[in-house]
Write a protein that binds this ligand. Sequence first.
Ligand code: NDP
Length: 433
Amino acid sequence: IKRNPGEPEFHQAVHEVAESVIPFILDNVRYREAGILERMTEPDRSVIFRVVWEDDEGNIRVNRGFRVQFNNAIGPYKGGLRFHPTVNLSILKFLGFEQTFKNSLTTLPIGSGKGGSDFNPKGKSDREIMRFCQSFMTELYHHIGPNTDVPAGDIGVGAREISYLFGQYKRLTGEFTGALTGKGIEFGGSLIRTEATGWGAAFFMQAMLAHRGDSVEGKTCVLSGSGNVALYCAQKLMQLGAKVVTLSDSSGFIHDANGLDEDKLHWLIDLKTRRRGRIREYAEHVGCQYHEGTRPWGVPCDLAFPCAVQNELDQQDARTLAVNGCQAVAEGANMPTTVEAIKVLHDAGVLFGPGKAANAGGVAVSGMEMSQNSIRMAWGAEELEHRLRDIMNGIHDQCVHYGENGELVNYVRGANVAGFRKVADAMLAYGAI
Ligand code: NDP
């Protein structure tokens, strides 16, 4: 805490991992002697830079850009870019740290990083977004590359922003290389990348339930968020026979007791990606309930999927979920459940899939986008979905291997220890660097 003052999100993420891996390190003296955990909690480097751009009225605007290159022991730095007014070093360090374990769990050769800006894309015109992205990349391109660091999207950075960023990268370097993932299909993107995080979370939940002889079929699901992760998580859950009854944004949540269907989902995808509207409009469209200023965790459900933002599910929410009979929670977002809430869920016997395991599907398909770019080939959607499902099942099995604890698997410990081991062994092999 003294070394990293004012970084509460980073402390929270490290605390959670340390709790699981310290007992494992104590049993493995070589990790302790080599100071592996101390090294893993210090990013390789953090780059902070000024981003100057001009708005539509001709005013000069200044934002702050970041890239935290956390760990490249097992592959090039890899992790998303977030554009949101709350972005700061603490948030990006927590996300980059988590990414180390997540990327390791995928079994793909990818290291960890995270970046972004305190730029707020909300209410900006397309041209303003383009000018901002071009200015942001004019500095970032010095630090990234297909074998160095490969950023992707995150909150506020979707297909449109990645396209502007990649166009500028290509212009500045004069090279067409896979230095970003999440690209358009026409210029090196991978099929199912858009869907991958949400689909992966649904597959992970399916794997957790299958492990205890159950399935998502027929279950009532409560989701938060209505962005990239939430919408495609809802889609896959519906395809697997579940009923999705809520979605949200930072203003409130909708409760559609009849459940979403493919038509409603298509309408929503258009609302969120093309028209950039608010979730409230869905309630007006289908005639269901809308609750302003609250979160959906009070709606009775079998399964819950926090898919919006960090710390959006607290102790009280966890108690409510448990009392209402919720059987399992899978994190689509990064660290949406507070430490206290995780404890409540564990104590109540609710299965809990942490984000670094449950939402690793996005970065897994990003890793596959890198492979496709390297061999200059594109795999089909069916093959990619098959690989994604295999990776999510593989992550589940690693969690069980290290987290089995009587009746209830401790997926937090399983994910942390399994993710830690691979990176730690690579760092040990390199010696003291
Ligand atoms: P999007 O920008 O597509 O959507 C974010 C959603 O979260 C929006 O509905 C947004 O509502 C809502 N939201 C944002 N801030 C808050 C807040 N303070 N309170 C309540 N709701 C909020 O982002 P993604 O769907 O890509 O990302 C969601 C989460 O998933 C993040 O934690 C991200 O790090 C994580 N993740 C994403 C991956 C990906 O592939 N995209 C991969 C792995 C993890 P509003 O429009 O009102 O802001």
